[in-house]
Design a protein around this ligand. Sequence first.
Ligand code: NAI
Ligand code: BGC
Length: 260
Amino acid sequence: MDLKLSGKRVLVTGGNSGLGAAMVRAFAAEKARVAINYVVHPELTEQLVGQMRAGGSDVLALDADVTQADAVRAMFQTLDGAWGGVDVLVNNAGIDGPRAMAWETDALVWNRVLQINLTGAFLCAREALKRMVAQRSGVIINTSSVHELIAWSGYSAYTASKAGLSMLSKTLAQEAGVYGVRVLCIAPGAIRTPINADVWRDAAGQQDLISKIAIGRVGEPEDVAGMAVVLASEVAGYVTGTSVFIDGGMTDYPAFSHGG
Ligand code: NAI
Ligand code: BGC
């Protein structure tokens, strides 16, 4: 199926690692133009850009901390200069923060997680929407998590940020829908990336993860990237203001396949 993403201008935040890098590759495979936002590991970004260009893709690397409004504004202005705007924004940048009970959590840590995961997504969405509303088209995909729904002890800032992203997406979808702009969340389950490497690299940790997944395997970044590409395309032209769970059935609560 031709997803008709050829030539589309796509920006992926945190695009040099894990899910972001997989989405960069997946959009480029559909012949979209892809801008890779990053804030650390320029060497990983250069490597990815090199691979993409060698494959004939039109890619840009854009250094910006998504929590900084000025840096985000400048990043979109660079995109305006290079490609005349943006068609698809994937807000992917995120951290989970150190595991700690709320009563042991420093407010600075809480704020940092909220700033990156929620405020960063808002700042990027705001710049994207200025352009998308004016051009009467565009798609914003926010990366929430199964933890927009499932509580996660030790990660109150993370779960709050992801639940916040869900409602931010619904509200932006309501605001921008009549202007031809769709806004939605992808909500991944446990996907093998650096963010949870300490869990899946450990045999007991991996087994525990698998016991929480109905189809019995940890996800791969490509499981998420393929769905993101479809959701950004006109195939999903009637999908907005919702979260699409890509979780192998984690939200099907497989612990209830026994007992209860
Ligand atoms: P990752 O750690 O490989 O990637 C996170 C990316 O965000 C990195 O490129 C990092 O540099 C970037 N980033 C962090 N702070 C930033 C900032 N201030 N400005 C710009 N970029 C920044 O982890 P992963 O798994 O690829 O995470 C991507 C997103 O997916 C995150 O939002 C995460 O919460 C979400 N997610 C991941 C799941 C998983 O199981 N791997 C499941 C559900 C959601
Ligand atoms: C977290 C991962 C975790 C997954 C399932 C994601 O939001 O970033 O570390 O493995 O949820 O719990």
